[in-house]
Design a protein around this ligand. Structure first.
Ligand code: HEM
Length: 442
């Protein structure tokens, strides 16, 4: 199969380009009350969205992405035949898919933060800048421009930031492992993984199955677009810390247990390279911190448990039911909320966690599959009933097995450490598609 030439100048930068580090970001949701106002907003945003071909942002040092929900496309007057050409999951929206995603109990949509999960979420704007001061200055200018527009309402805002050393709220370095996309020029973080076909992430190109035909219509709307699944995930940091402490005889064992649950030490160093002790230098070394596979080196999971977060989310070459390559994703996660000071074991009642974003061309076989089959079940690697010990929808009855000789260690009754506060499926149109939407006359 020949390599596709990606039309980088038509793809939103946020799809392919890794984010700068460090950065501050904000998510703003808009409701479209009148079609003409919505179209005018899209027209204005179109001029500030960078393409993946541009190393610099057209809006000085701020990077903007624009995504639309199914309800948003409808509110903008996208014709019905075109709406019908989008995949079912997207048409239904994230809240309607709650059961498949494990969003039950406390995480179920009726407990989500309003207006998340409602039909009012139409446009999701993400802006990011090098620091909070730059971001705020841009947001103030944007707010003034927004006041001149009628027919749209900003209904929600969530600020996020990168924590020191890129650590998420549980204390693990994040943003290490990314798939390489053929034709993007952005190198793979894992030298053992062949770049994935562009059609896995951008619509209109051949994917790993050799198909490129099922894109939303008309072609100008679907081509060079992607889907994004964004989720606000609250993290129970104090509970996570207490759990580690209560299940470990000493602080060193506590760190090892944390690493077994994640598959990496908190520094980012993978167990696959540092099985017994953390090595912070490996954690930050891009040349080696993702240079590993599982099949021959660790088939049973004695080093990296098959049920750990990173091995579930990307089993690499391990023997599993199915093919890992067709379930890969680009992730753009950013923390929100203040840090829980080191050593605090009691919940302070403050909301903190991760604004998680999946980017890919297939909501069903990528995001939903990974979330339901790999995150919340264990059959794919032949494990006993259990869910992802870090981010799974545990209900206090699941197990987490740590393979060990002569006999495995089994943790029972895992609590839920991550609660879904809301989210939505959105479409990230290409730049020509944004202009097409702005110019609609229906
Ligand atoms: C609050 C919830 C979550 C936390 C704290 C979390 C944390 C982490 C951390 C620390 C890593 C290792 C660093 C890296 O490889 O970049 C990681 C990797 C990863 N996570 Fe999560 N994550 C969360 C939720 C999710 C969700 C919901 C998904 C997808 C449905 C996901 C998919 C992945 C994937 C695909 C990887 C890369 C695995 C690899 O290639 O080795 N994570 N996560």
């Amino acid at each position: 199969m020949t390599m596709s030439i990606l039309e980088l100048d038509d793809i939103q930068s946020g799809v392919l380009r890794p984010r700068p580090t460090p950065y501050a970001a904000t998510y703003v949701l808009f409701r479209i009350d009148r079609r003409d106002g919505g179209r005018e907003l899209i027209r204005r945003l179109n001029s500030v969205v960078a393409s993946a071909a541009q190393p610099e942002s057209p809006h000085r040092d701020t990077w903007v992405s624009v995504a639309l929900s199914f309800q948003g496309l409808r509110a903008l007057g996208v014709p019905q035949a075109s709406l019908d050409s989008f995949p079912l999951q997207f048409q239904q929206g994230m809240a309607a898919r709650a059961r498949a995603l494990g969003d039950v109990g406390e995480s179920s949509p009726e407990n989500w933060e309003k207006p998340l999960g409602s039909h009012d979420v139409h446009i999701v704007l993400t802006a990011l800048a090098a620091d909070e001061q730059h971001l705020e200055a841009v947001m103030q200018r944007a707010t003034q421009a927004y006041r001149e527009l009628s027919g749209i309402t900003a209904i929600w805002r969530q600020d996020c930031h990168v924590r020191p050393n890129e650590k998420e709220a549980f204390g693990f370095r994040d943003g290490i492992s990314h798939p390489a996309v053929e034709g993007s020029g952005i190198p793979s973080s894992n030298p053992n993984e062949e770049p994935l076909k562009a059609g896995e992430f951008v619509l209109g190109y051949p994917d790993e199955m050799g198909s490129s035909d099922s894109i939303p219509q008309p072609d100008i709307l679907g081509r060079n677009g992607s889907y994004v699944a964004f989720r606000k995930l609250h993290q129970r940091v104090a509970e996570f810390r207490r759990y580690l402490q209560e299940n470990s005889p000493n602080p060193e064992a506590e760190e090892l247990l944390a690493a077994k649950m994640m598959g990496r030490w908190r520094s980012g160093a993978p167990l696959a390279k540092c099985p017994l002790h953390d090595d912070p230098q490996v954690g930050v070394d891009h040349a080696s911190n993702n240079d590993f596979v599982f099949k021959n080196e660790d088939p049973i999971g004695y080093i990296t448990p098959c049920g750990s977060h990173i091995r579930r989310m990307n089993p690499r070459d391990a023997d599993i039911a199915g093919v890992a390559r067709i379930h890969r994703m680009i992730r753009r996660g950013t923390s929100y909320g203040p840090e829980l000071p080191d050593g605090v074991l009691d919940d302070d009642g403050v909301d903190r966690g991760l604004m998680f974003a999946f980017v890919g061309a297939h909501l069903g076989r990528q995001f939903e599959f990974v979330q339901s089959e790999w995150m919340n079940k264990s059959d794919f690697f032949g494990g006993a009933a259990g869910k992802d010990p870090v981010a799974g929808a545990s209900d206090g009855t699941g197990n987490f097995d740590i393979p060990k000789k002569p006999i495995r260690k089994r943790l029972q009754g895992l609590p839920r450490f991550v609660v879904t506060r809301g989210g939505e499926y959105c479409f990230l149109p290409g730049l020509r598609a944004l202009r097409w939407i702005a110019d609609l006359r229906t």
